[in-house]
Write a new protein. Structure first.
Length: 114
C-alpha cells in the first residue's frame, strides 16, 4: 500500500518561510505527477500546487509567486517551498498525486501567526 509522509510544518510569523517535504513508499514520486494540498479548519481540502513528471508546475492563484513545488526523483521526495507566508496559509498540508489517487498521509500543520 502506498504511504505518503509529510514533514516540515511549524509555527511561523507572517512573511516567514517554510519548506515542506513529502516522501513516499515505492516509486510514486518518481513515476507520477504529484501535488500539494491543504485543508484549513472548516474548509474543504484544496489543491495548491502540482508538478508533472517532466517538472512542469502549476499553482492556485493564491500562492503564485510565493510557493514553489519541486521534486527529487532520486530521493523520492516532493518539496513545497513556501515564502512570504500569510495567516491565510494556515492549514494542514498534504501531498498526493495531482489527483488524490492514494490514501492520505497524516499531513503537516502550518500555522502562520504573530
Amino acid at each position: 500500500q502506498v504511504q505518503l509522509v509529510e514533514s516540515g510544518g511549524g509555527l511561523v510569523q507572517p512573511g516567514g518561510s517554510l519548506r515542506l517535504s513529502c516522501t513516499s513508499s515505492g516509486r510514486i514520486v518518481r513515476d507520477y505527477a504529484m501535488g500539494w494540498y491543504r485543508q484549513a479548519p472548516g474548509q474543504q481540502r484544496e489543491l495548491v500546487a502540482t508538478i508533472s513528471i517532466t517538472g512542469n508546475t502549476n499553482y492556485v492563484d493564491s500562492v503564485k509567486g510565493r510557493f514553489t513545488i519541486s521534486r527529487d526523483n532520486a530521493k523520492t521526495t516532493v518539496y513545497l517551498q513556501m515564502n512570504s507566508l500569510k495567516p491565510d496559509d494556515t492549514a494542514v498540508y498534504y501531498c498526493n498525486g495531482n489527483r488524490p489517487y492514494w490514501p492520505w498521509g497524516q499531513g503537516t500543520q502550518v500555522t502562520v501567526s504573530s
